[in-house]
Design a protein around this ligand. Structure first.
Ligand SMILES: N[C@@H](CCC(=O)N[C@@H](CS)C(=O)NCC(=O)O)C(=O)O
Length: 193
């Protein structure tokens, strides 16, 4: 199996942590600059995003669908609660994905020459990150307990936010959860630099 990714990609990292947690052999292929527009770099993903998993020539798109695909194949007991139907967990997943996508919009807009300070649209995108994090902080107890895919997701989101420094991270409960999870070597191994 091959995973198209970039070392800093937070969407890729939640899959990479799951791969490491399940001890799977996956070849990592660096897609390079994700702002570019060549589908070949992205494992033939027409949306030109990472991650994409390719298994025996068959591509799987979307980080959470890739996680589900891996668990259905290799972790029948779903040890990290990837296949959950719990609405609180799914809502937290949706909010984290929204925060992460908003960050991608801001970063790639700036990278491709857009002055993000000049357009109101980007104010709303930034505010969605702040409100999303606040929403998660108020429900931080869902990240307690044994490491799960939700915790991998939180850590991937948080470390990326810390790296790019686009918003302030004054969320002590989320920070504590990330600190606890980062003590696991298989989670810390992929911290973006
Ligand atoms: N919903 C997708 C989001 C993936 C995504 O946005 N990845 C970013 C990198 S972290 C990307 O490749 N962006 C390229 C672009 O938006 O042009 C997933 O969960 O896999």
């Amino acid at each position: 199996m091959k995973l198209y990714y970039t070392p800093r990609s937070h969407f890729s990292r939640k899959v990479r942590v799951l791969v490491d947690a399940l001890n799977l052999q996956v070849e990592l292929i660096n897609a390079g600059n994700v702002a570019e527009d060549s589908a070949e770099n992205f494992g033939l993903n027409p949306l030109m995003r990472v991650p994409t998993l390719v298994d025996n020539g068959c591509p799987v798109f979307e980080s959470d669908y890739i996680a589900q695909y891996l668990v259905r194949q290799f972790d029948k007991n779903d040890r990290f609660n990837v296949l959950t139907n719990d609405v609180r967990t799914l809502n937290a997943r949706a909010v984290m994905n929204g925060v992460m996508s908003a960050e991608v919009e801001l970063i790639l807009a700036a990278r491709t020459g857009i002055d993000t300070e000049a357009y109101l649209r980007f104010n709303k995108i930034t505010e969605s990150i702040n409100r999303g994090l606040n929403w998660l902080e108020l429900r931080a107890e869902i990240f307690s307990g044994e490491p799960s895919y939700l915790g991998f997701h939180l850590t991937a989101m948080w470390d990326h936010l810390a790296l790019y420094d686009l918003v302030s991270l004054n969320y002590p409960k989320l920070r504590d959860s990330v600190g606890r999870l980062s003590a696991f070597a298989y989670i810390a191994a992929s911290i973006p630099r």
